[in-house]
Design a protein around this ligand. Sequence first.
Ligand code: PLP
Length: 393
Amino acid sequence: MVGIKDIEDAIKNIRPFIHKTPLIHSNSFSKLIEADVYLKAENLQKTGSFKVRGAFNKLTQIKNGNVIAASMGNHAQGVAFAAGRLGLHAKIVMPVTAPIVKQEATRGYGAEVELYGESFNEALDYAMSQKNYKFIHAFDDEEIIAGQGTIGIEVAEDLKDIDFILVPVGGGGLISGISIAVNALSPGTEVIGVQAKSAPSAYSSFKEKKISSNPPLPTLADGIAVGKIGDSTFDIMNKYVDDIVLVDEDSIAMAILLFLERKKLVVEGAGAVPLAALMENKERFKGKRIVLVVSGGNIDFTLIDRIIHKGLASSGRIGVFEVVVDDIPGSLHRISGVIASHRGNILNVAHERVAADLPIGKTKVIFTVEVRSSEHLGEILSGLELKGFVVKK
Ligand SMILES: Cc1ncc(COP(=O)(O)O)c(C=O)c1O
C-alpha cells in the first residue's frame, strides 16, 4: 500500500512541473456555514485539475516509450500534458461520442487522440489491449495515488488544526492519496469523501464494505461519475477515510454558482461537490475548520447557462410558476402588474393554450421571475392569489 514516504517522493518528482496551488480562505463560505472554510484551489492547477499531479508522478518513472490512457476528461488532459513535457508519446482513446471540445483540448496538449467504440468501456478495453503502449490507469495505481496525495502534504504545510477535509470521489485515487498524507501529517483531521447521489459507487462500496458497481446516472459532477472504484483505492479508503456523503444535483448547481458569484472561481461540478456537502450538512460542520478540495475547473461551457439557471432556481433566486387565466386581452397585464408591485423582475413568459386539462377559453401562462429569495417569491404568489388568480408552482 502507498505510504507517506511515496507521497513525499512524489512531491519532489512533480514540483518542477506543477503549481503549488493556493489555499484560499473564504469569508463568504465561512459566514454561510458558520465555520472556518478554506479552498484548495486545484481548479487553478495546470490543465485545470489535480490530475497532472498523478500523471507527472507516474510518467516521470517511465523513461521512454509510449503511454496510453482512456478518458474523456481531466485524466486525458493530465496524461497528455505530462507526456508532452516529458517527451513521451501519448495516445488517448475516447469513444466516438466524445465531445469535440474534449478531443481538441487533449490534442492541444500534444497527444494523439484515437476514437474507438460507442461507450467509454469499449474505449477503455481497447486502450488496455494495446501491446506497444504502457497503460496509465486513472486511479487504481500506486504512483497515481501518491501523486494525488501531494495535495495532502501542501495543505498540511499551509494550515494547522484542520477538523475536516472534504474530497470529491470518483474512482478514489484522489481521496486515497490525500487520506494517507493527512493521516500521517494531520492525524486529527477527518477525511470525508463526497459523491453525487446519481453516481454513488464509492459511497455504496464504503458503506457495504465490499466493492459494488453502480452504473452512474447523468450528473453535473461528470468528472466523478465512475461506476466502480478500484481494488487498491477501496482498501485505502476503508483504512483512512472517515466517511462518505452524497449530494444532490440542486446543491451541486448552487455550489457552482456560489463559486462563480462569491469567489470568482470557475469550478466544475466534480470540484463543487465539497461545497454542496457543506451546505447540505451545516449542523455537522458548524464551528469547524474545514478544507474543501476544489479539484477542477473544466466545466462544459456549452452547459454553463443551464447550470447557472438551475443554481439560481435551487437557491430561490428564480421562481417559475403558472397561472391559468381567461384568454382575453388584459389578463396578462393584470398579472404582471401584481408581480411588478412586489418588485419581481419577469424574465420570461410562455403561453400554453392546448393542454389537455385546459378548459376552452382559458390559457395557461408560465412565468419565470427573478426574485430576492424564496420568501420574496412567496409574497408575489400570495399577492396574485389575493387578486383571485389560481397559481401553481
Ligand atoms: C475534477 C475531478 N475531481 C475529482 C475526481 C475524482 O478523482 P478520483 O477518480 O481519483 O476519485 C476527478 C476524476 O477524474 C476529477 O476530474
